[in-house]
Structures are given as structure tokens and as C-alpha cells.
Write a protein that binds this ligand. Structure first.
Ligand code: AMP
Length: 288
């Protein structure tokens, strides 16, 4: 495994590989890697000739009040995990090179970015879309792997690729969960033991919502009311949203059309120090 830091080195490596007609798989991450990330890496390894993983905590996607300074980082451990997966390149660019002082261009996927998480995290998806486009331009991958854990992010990247005619295939990967159903996330380490226990309600509530749908309930309001009730019993700090949305437009639907996504964002914890977790399940005609 090669570790590359400079943009020029990364570009040169990719040019060389592409010139040999080989397929580059790319997994962008912010590090603090866990099995969720590694599932994407394995998918990339299975489907591509060469695999690149980037680790970059992107300042542009964090709001002023958010956790940029505390975001978990453990490069040494990440490198160990990636070595075991036998990837080809770990790309760890410097913020100064990605965002030089005179940087002034950003991309925005305007409509989709305003839905769901976009309502409380203004500017977040602008930061995500901008860094992903930059990374695509630097790494020049054939395929890029994104987790459905960040469902809205994956939909936004799909749109970005279509709208800007990028030659990248976006591959959506399933959510990897802990034994009790909690979706794996780098932010789970922020949770106290009590909060960690409470947080497992998210997947139970989503599964309950999906069962309602499977038994014929189509009114979003009824599904959402029961999902909220279950989550509320665990005394979270705040439910940011519980919504049923069209899987492509991410607009709220009052009747569940298939396929739709039932998505939640919930803050756990006390005082100012809360941890915001997201999760979702797809409601489709197979009841999956
Ligand atoms: P992050 O490091 O949080 O920016 O995530 C990097 C990539 O890993 C994104 O495409 C995420 O959707 C994906 N990812 C994070 N957690 C999980 C998970 N539990 N299951 C599947 N993919 C995940």
C-alpha cells in the first residue's frame, strides 16, 4: 500500500494506471475507519483492478457550531486496517492543498441539498459536493463507492455526476450495523454508555415503521407518529426529523409511494454536547 499526500503524486499515479486500461475504484472517507467503511473498500476491491481510499476531514462541510475540531482521527490505526485490506493507495491530502488561500469555487446540488439534513445543516452538502468533485478530479476513478448510511449524500453525488457529465460510476453500498442494529458511524464514539444503549432505538423504530408499511399502512403521518413515539421513549435531546421521502427527489410524500425512504436524524446527549445520528430504511414493494 502506497501512502500519497500531494495532489500531483495522486494524479500522476492515476494517469499511469488509467493508461494501462485498468479500473480504479475509489472510496472517499473522513477516516476513523470502521467496518462500514471497510465494506465499501471490499466492494471496491472486488469490482476494480486498483483501489484508492482517501482520508480527508473536509472543513467545508462542517458548520461553525459543529464538531470539526473534535472529529475522531486515528491515522495510524486507519493505515493498519487499510493495509490488511490490501488496497493500493491511501490518499491523505493536506487541507492547504485542497483549499489554498485563494480558493473561491464551490458546487451546489441546489434542490436535493435543501431536504432532510440540509434543513438543519446549511452549507453541509455544498461542502460535500465540492470536495467530492475535487477528489474525483484528482483521483480520476472509474467507480466510486458510497454508503447508503448517508442516503441523502449518495443521492446528491448521483445527481452531481449526472448534472456535470462526470465519467464516474457511483456504486451505492448497504448500511453496516452493530449487533444491536445501530448503524456504524465514526461519531458513535461520542456516545456515553447510556446514550449508546438509547441510540439502538433508531433502527428498532425504523424497522417498526417498515413493518407498518409491509402490513399495508401507506399514510406517512401514521408511520412517522409511531416511529417518533418509539424514539421519544428513549429521551433523546431532540428529533431533528423523521420523514418519508421519495428516494430520488427526497421530497416528503404524504402517501408512501414505492420506493420511498424512511429517514431519521436524532440528537442524543445532554446540554450543548449532543451527538447527532442519522439512519434510514427503504420502503419498497418487496418490503425490503
Ligand atoms: P465518512 O467517513 O463518515 O465520510 O464516510 C465515508 C463513506 O463511508 C460514506 O460513503 C459513508 O456513507 C460510508 N459509511 C459510513 N458508515 C457506514 C455504514 N455504517 N455502512 C455503510 N457505509 C458507511
Amino acid at each position: 500500500m502506497e501512502a500519497l499526500q500531494s495532489l500531483l503524486e495522486m494524479k500522476t499515479w492515476s494517469q499511469k494506471i488509467r493508461a494501462q486500461g485498468l479500473i480504479i475504484g475509489f472510496v472517499p472517507t473522513m477516516g476513523a475507519l470502521h467496518e462500514g467503511h471497510l465494506s465499501l473498500v471490499r466492494q471496491a476491491k472486488k469490482n476494480c483492478d486498483r483501489t484508492v481510499v482517501s482520508i480527508f476531514v473536509n472543513p467545508l462541510q462542517f458548520g461553525l457550531e459543529e464538531d470539526l475540531d473534535q472529529y475522531p482521527q486515528n491515522l495510524e490505526h486507519d493505515f493498519e486496517l487499510l493495509k490488511k485490506e490490501n488496497i493500493d493507495v491511501v490518499f491523505v491530502p493536506k487541507p492547504k492543498e485542497i483549499y489554498p488561500l485563494d480558493f473561491q469555487t464551490a458546487v451546489e446540488v441546489s434542490g436535493l441539498s435543501k431536504q432532510l439534513c440540509g434543513k438543519s445543516r446549511s452549507g453541509h452538502f455544498r461542502g460535500v459536493a465540492t470536495v467530492v468533485l475535487k477528489l474525483f478530479n484528482i483521483v480520476n476513478p472509474t467507480k466510486a463507492f458510497f454508503g447508503n448510511k448517508d442516503f441523502q449524500q449518495r443521492v446528491i453525488i448521483d445527481r452531481l455526476v449526472k448534472d456535470l457529465h462526470l465519467d464516474v460510476e457511483v456504486v451505492a453500498c448497504p448500511i453496516v450495523r452493530e449487533a444491536d442494529g445501530l448503524a456504524m458511524s465514526s461519531r458513535n464514539v461520542y456516545l456515553s454508555i447510556e446514550e449508546r444503549k438509547s441510540a439502538s432505538v433508531l433502527y428498532r423504530a425504523l424497522q417498526h415503521g417498515r413493518r407498518l408499511f409491509q402490513s399495508g399502512e401507506r399514510r406517512s403521518s401514521k408511520i412517522i407518529a409511531q416511529v417518533r413515539e418509539m424514539i421519544d421513549k428513549e429521551n433523546p435531546k431532540h428529533i431533528d426529523y423523521a420523514q418519508v421521502c421519495d428516494v430520488e427527489t427526497l421530497e416528503e410524500v404524504s402517501e408512501v409511494q414505492t420506493p420511498s425512504v424512511l429517514a431519521v436524524a436524532v440528537h442524543f446527549g445532554q446540554g450543548d454536547k449532543t451527538t447527532r445520528l442519522i439512519d434510514n430504511v427503504v420502503l419498497d414493494s418487496n418490503g425490503e
